[in-house]
Write a protein that binds this ligand. Structure first.
Ligand code: AMP
Ligand code: MG
Length: 520
């Protein structure tokens, strides 16, 4: 196994001088060196062929004993020094102090085809940042992260990715619903990859500790290594950097809104500085189109991280990052300008994103109204987001009254689509047909365009849960089937048609399907 290892983070940034693996507050350092845990019986369940290629490895490498040992933490490559990153964060709106990689261990960085990849094991044992937890991960959450990060990538959304999914062979105790019913589950390890795993919280921790020196070292490092096109670090570059982070964050969230992805825990420690979707925990996909929906039961009361609130939370998180960076800039105005720009951009970009979902290419002043009215009716009875938008592509502008038939499959309770709701749908379809007449595209061309925006296949929670249930019994076929299907989410792929369906009734209120907790 030959890897072009080019460690930077742990070579250029200040390290925690303590080498013992004891839980502690770590100051004036960006990381602590730590070794992954030896596991009882490591077993690889799946490897991503594309990620293998991205880091310059072959299928044969993936079958080697070395690969299994390295990517489950059982062997540390010579000349590499694994480490856990130090960061803080706001959790559910409150400053939580030091968090850090409590169960993630970065192995090394690889450079291949001019790209930088950090390889990180999630669930490989405790670190100085493990606080009261065990540093481990279970099969259930690892399957979810492995499948979803690759699915998000293939949907064209910036994200961390995954190289491999493995069982550790150890048992891990978890209380899934935090109700006193703990049980042992299979331990697992995902090797995640990203250009960098730096988060908003990585900067916040130094802001909170008034450690300007390390803050500046880290920001300068970030600009030089990940935003070099902005130029040499200076006050102007810091502002440009913040602007770029803001743009990328918004870009990512608009994509989430487009496909109905709800992250579930948008704490500032879960916000990537590169604008990548990161930390797949109690995430979920909209089934019924509903602004107020969140999959995370921990957030059931306030629904802070509900679907419709994600763009606002992005802004709130950026404000926290701005506060952290302020000491380097000492001028609030340019930071405020960036935040104000986010607000304006977010309105226009949401509108344009919805236009593209409807197949509208020219801009019309009444589009906002048409979209608001649509969202309103979508909320009036449970309507499946993915099926609705995908089937809408079949609409013909000369046949407005067939609209309802075309989208019929999206309704969870067809019996409710009568009377006033039916009337409103028909009116909406007539308005939509009129609006489409202003476009130059034919029905067929519009459908083709819409199909590149409205995915046919997403990783519905129940699908991941079926794969998890099978995997728990030692059958990994479904993991591979979903993995393959989700590589082409916009294609018809008729062989997978059975997955283009509403959530089955049994999954409506099932733990793991509609209710997820942070326990993982
Ligand atoms: P999350 O909400 O999953 O992003 O986690 C928040 C913080 O808790 C991060 O610092 C994690 O590293 C840490 N954490 C979560 N689960 C565990 C665990 N099982 N062991 C140690 N630390 C954990
Ligand atoms: Mg996290």
């Amino acid at each position: 196994m030959k890897l072009n290892i080019k460690d930077k983070f742990n070579k250029k940034l200040p390290a925690d001088p303590i080498l013992e693996n004891t839980r502690r507050q770590v100051s004036k350092a960006c990381f602590s060196n730590v070794l992954p845990k030896q596991t009882a019986k490591p077993e690889l369940l799946h490897v991503s062929p594309e990620m293998l290629e991205n880091i310059g490895l072959s299928d044969a490498d993936a079958k080697s004993d070395a690969f299994l040992r390295v990517f489950t933490g059982n062997e540390v490559l010579t000349n590499t020094k694994p480490y856990a990153m130090c960061y803080g964060g706001h959790q559910f709106g409150n400053w939580a102090g030091q968090l850090g990689d409590g169960r993630a261990i970065n192995l090394f960085e690889v450079e291949h085809n001019h790209k930088n990849w950090v390889l990180q094991l999630k669930g490989a044992g405790e670190t100085p940042y493990s606080r009261t937890a065990d540093g481990l991960a279970v099969l259930r959450s690892s399957v979810r992260e492995y499948l979803c990060s690759e699915a998000i990538y293939h949907l064209g959304i910036p994200t961390t990715r995954a190289l491999s999914l493995a069982l550790s062979g150890d048992q891990v105790l978890r209380d899934i619903m935090y109700d006193g019913n703990s049980a042992y589950e299979k331990g697992a390890i995902v090797c995640r990859t990203a250009e960098s795993f730096l988060r908003f919280g990585s900067y916040q921790i130094f802001g909170a500790r008034q450690d300007e020196e390390t803050l500046k070292t880290l920001v300068d490092y970030t600009i030089r290594n990940h935003f070099s096109r902005l130029g040499k670090p200076s006050k102007e570059t810091y502002i440009a950097f913040f602007k770029e982070v803001s743009n990328r964050t918004l870009d990512m969230i608009i994509h989430w809104q487009r496909v109905g992805f709800v992250h579930g825990v948008m704490n500032t420690d879960n916000m990537s500085i590169l604008g990548l979707t990161i930390d797949y925990g109690p995430y979920g996909w909209l089934e019924g189109y509903e602004y107020g929906w969140t999959p995370n039961t921990t957030d059931r009361q306030h629904k802070r991280y509900r679907y419709g609130n994600q763009p606002n939370i992005g802004l709130w998180n950026l404000l926290q990052l701005a506060n952290a960076m302020y000491p380097l800039i000492e001028d609030a105005e340019p930071l405020e300008a960036v935040l104000n720009q986010y607000k304006t951009d977010f309105e226009t970009r949401l509108l344009n994103m919805m236009r593209s979902k409807l197949g509208l290419h020219i801009e019309d002043e009444n589009d906002q109204k048409l979209i608001l009215e649509l969202e309103d009716i979508l909320h009036s009875t449970e309507t499946d987001m993915t099926i609705f938008f995908r089937n809408l592509g079949n609409f013909k502008k000369s046949e407005a009254l067939k609209g309802l038939i075309i989208i019929q499959d999206a309704f969870y309770k067809t019996e409710e689509v009568v009377g006033n709701i039916q009337k409103r749908w028909n009116e909406w379809f007539e308005n939509y047909a009129d609006r489409l007449k202003k476009e130059t595209f034919s029905d067929e061309e519009r459908k083709e365009k819409m199909n590149t925006t409205n995915p046919k296949y997403v990783l519905r929670n129940y699908m991941a849960q079926l794969a998890i249930d099978d995997a728990d019994k030692g059958d990994y076929k479904l993991i591979d089937e979903l993995f393959q299907m989700l590589k082409k989410p916009y294609d018809e792929q008729l062989e997978y048609q059975k997955w283009f369906a509403k959530r089955p009734d049994w999954a409506r209120d099932k733990v793991g399907c509609s209710m997820l907790s942070c326990s993982s």
